[in-house]
Design a protein around this ligand. Sequence first.
Ligand SMILES: NC(=O)C1=CN([C@@H]2O[C@H](COP(=O)(O)OP(=O)(O)OC[C@H]3O[C@@H](n4cnc5c(N)ncnc54)[C@H](OP(=O)(O)O)[C@@H]3O)[C@@H](O)[C@H]2O)C=CC1
Ligand SMILES: Nc1nc(=O)c2c([nH]1)NC[C@@H]1CN(c3ccc(C(=O)N[C@@H](CCC(=O)O)C(=O)O)cc3)C=[N+]21
Length: 340
Amino acid sequence: MASLTCQRHMGASSRTAAARRSPVLRVVAQAAPAAPTASHAVPASKLIDGKGIADTIRSEIATEVADMKKQYGLTPGLAVVLVGARKDSETYVRSKKKACAEVGFDSFGTDLPADVSEEELLKVVAAYNADPRVHGILVQLPLPKHISEKRILDAISIDKDVDGFHPLNIGCLAMRGRDPLFVPCTPKGCIELLERMKVPIAGKKACVIGRSNIVGMPAALLLQRRDATVTMVHSKTPDAKKICSEADIVIAACGVAEMVTGDWIKPGAVVIDVGINAKDDATQKKGYRLVGDVEFEGAAAKASLITPVPGGVGPMTIAMLLQNTLESARRAAKGEKAHH
Ligand SMILES: NC(=O)C1=CN([C@@H]2O[C@H](COP(=O)(O)OP(=O)(O)OC[C@H]3O[C@@H](n4cnc5c(N)ncnc54)[C@H](OP(=O)(O)O)[C@@H]3O)[C@@H](O)[C@H]2O)C=CC1
Ligand SMILES: Nc1nc(=O)c2c([nH]1)NC[C@@H]1CN(c3ccc(C(=O)N[C@@H](CCC(=O)O)C(=O)O)cc3)C=[N+]21
C-alpha cells in the first residue's frame, strides 16, 4: 500500500467550529445569488436556481449535523476514492470534499494511481466498508479501462452506497412496493428541483434523453414512480426530437453539447439540463466555458422553467450526496442496518 495516500481530511475537533463558521449558512443569509453567466438573457422567473436551492439544502444539512453531534455524539463521514488524475474528476472530488467540510462532515480520501490494480482498489473499498467512521463511500467514475466498474460497485457495502449505484439499490428503485436505501444523486437532484419548484409530475408526459446507469435510467424510474408517463430516448432512437417535443418535462442527459435545441421543446415545458460539456470560448480565461446538453437560449424561449449550466443540476448532485450520507449516518446512529 506504499503508493496510496490515505488522509483524513478533517479532524473531529475542527469540525464543530467549521460548522459554526459555515460559508453555506452565510450564503443563504445574503441576498439571492447573482444570475449564472449563460442565463442573463432569460427572465429570472423562468430560471431554476439549482445553486441557490442546493445552498439552502446544504444549510439545512449543516443544522442537522450539529443536532446529530449533540444528540448522538456522531459525525457523518464520507469517503471519496479517486483513481488516476483526470482533471474533471479531480475538480469534482475537490468540490465534494469542500462541501463535506462546510456542512461539518468528516471526509476521508484515497487517491490511487491510474495503474492501480483492481485488487488494491477492492482492498481500499473493503477498509472503508469496515470503518465505522465512514457512512458513505463514493468511488469516482469513470474508472480506468483495466478495472471492472461492476466488480468495484458491487463491493461497496449497500449500507454505505450513497451514490445509489449498487444493483440492489437500483433493483429496489425499479420495483413496485420496494424502496432503495439510496437514490442516485444526480437524478434525485433533478426530482428535488422539480418538487421544490412545485412542478406537477403525476399524469405528465416526461422525456428522458439518455439511458445511462448513473443518470438517464434512474431519472426515468424516479419520474415513473411519481406517476409520470415516461419515454426514454437514446442514440438509437429514430426521431428523438419528435418524442421530446411532446413532453411536459424534459431531462436531458445525453452528453452531447447543446444537442437539444428550441425545436425539441414543447411550449411551456420544464427543462432539466444535466449535461456538463466544455465548449471552446476564447473570451474566457480558461479558454472554454461549460454548456449543457440543451441549447440554453433557444430552449429557454420555449420553456416555462429551465435549469442553467453551470448552476443547475451540478450543485444539486453534491447536495444530494450530502443528504444521502447524512441519512446513512442517521441510520447508523439508530443502529439500523440493511439485511439483504
Ligand atoms: N450535473 C451532474 O451532476 C452530472 C452531469 N453529467 C453529465 O450528463 C451527461 C450524461 O452523462 P452520462 O449519463 O454519464 O453519459 P453517458 O455517455 O453514459 O450516456 C449518454 C446517454 O445519452 C445517449 N445519447 C448519446 N447521444 C445521443 C443522441 N444523439 N441522441 C439521443 N441520445 C443520445 C446515449 O445513448 P446509448 O445508450 O444508445 O449510447 C446514452 O444512453 C454528460 O454531459 C455528463 O457530463 C453526468 C453525471 C452527473
Ligand atoms: N461515483 C460518481 N458519482 C458521481 O456523482 C459522479 C461521478 N462518479 N463521476 C462524474 C459525475 C459528474 N458529477 C458532477 C458533480 C457535480 C458537478 C457540479 O458541481 N457542477 C457545477 C460546475 C462545476 C465546474 O465549474 O466545473 C455546476 O454545474 O454548476 C458536475 C458533475 C458527478 N458525477
